[in-house]
Write a protein that binds this ligand. Sequence first.
Ligand SMILES: [Zn+2]
Ligand SMILES: [Zn+2]
Length: 273
Amino acid sequence: MRRRTFIKKLTWGTGALFMTHELSFANKSGGKIAVQMIYNNIIGDTGLKSAWGLSLWIDFGKDAVLFDTGGEPEVLWHNIQTCRIDLNKLSTVIISHNHWDHINGLGMILEKTDYKPVVYIPEMALRTVKQKHPKANLKGINEAQMIREHLWTTGQLKGSYKSDAIYEQAVFIINNGSLYIFTGCSHPGIVEIVAKVKQTHPEKQIEFAAGGFHLGGHTLGQLKDISVKLRKLDVKKIAPSHCTGDQAIEYFKEEWNDRFFEFYLRNRLEIPV
Ligand SMILES: [Zn+2]
Ligand SMILES: [Zn+2]
C-alpha cells in the first residue's frame, strides 16, 4: 500500500525522528512506533476537538497502546474517528493518574473494545478505579517496568495536588540507544520523572520529554531551575503541553530554542526501532 509523504522532518541524535500531521502509518516493516496526540487542550492542527486533558495513541503496527483518555468521552471519540484510529488494535491502556482529565474517557474506550485491553493504573488508584470500572481488566503498577517491547512505565511516583497526595506514572519508549518520555500531568515533578527514567537506563540518551509538565504559577526563577536540571539530566529536547502553563511554555520556547518542539493536538511523530 502507498504511504503518504511526511510534512515535517526532524533529525537528531542516533536515529531519525519524523514529525508529521499525516494520519497514515509508515511502512510496517520499517520498524517505527507512531505516537499521535489525539486529545489536548493545546491545538496543533485543525479538525479535531480540543478540550482540557491529554491522550496519546501509541501505534506499534500490529497493536496499539492508549496513554490516558482525556476528560470528555465525546471529544475523545470524535478525535479517534476523525484520526481513523482502529480501536481493534488496542491491546493496552495506560492511565497516568486518576484525575478526570486523564481517566474520564476510559469507560467509553472499554465499552467500544468489549473490555479487552489491559488497563495499567497506579497501584494507589486501583481500588477507586476498580469500583468505577468493575468489568475492566485492571493491573496496578508500583515499580518501573516494561509494559511491552519498547515501552516502559516509570512506576507510580508520589506527587501532590492541592495538598492531596496523587500517584502518577509516565511512560517511555526505548529504542537502541535512546529514551523518549511521555508524561500526563507530571504532578510528581517533571525533573523527578525524568530522573526516574534515567535511573532505569543510565546508559541511554533521553531524546525528549513531552506532555504535561504542570508548571502553572511557577516563578521565572523556578522555571530556570527546572530548565537547568533537565539539561543536567541530558534531556535533548522538550515538548511541553497540556497543563504546563502558558508562561512556562513561552519560557521553554525561548530558553530551549531549537531544542523545543511542538507536540500538540493532532501532531504525530515516529520513533524508529
Ligand atoms: Zn492531574
Ligand atoms: Zn492533566
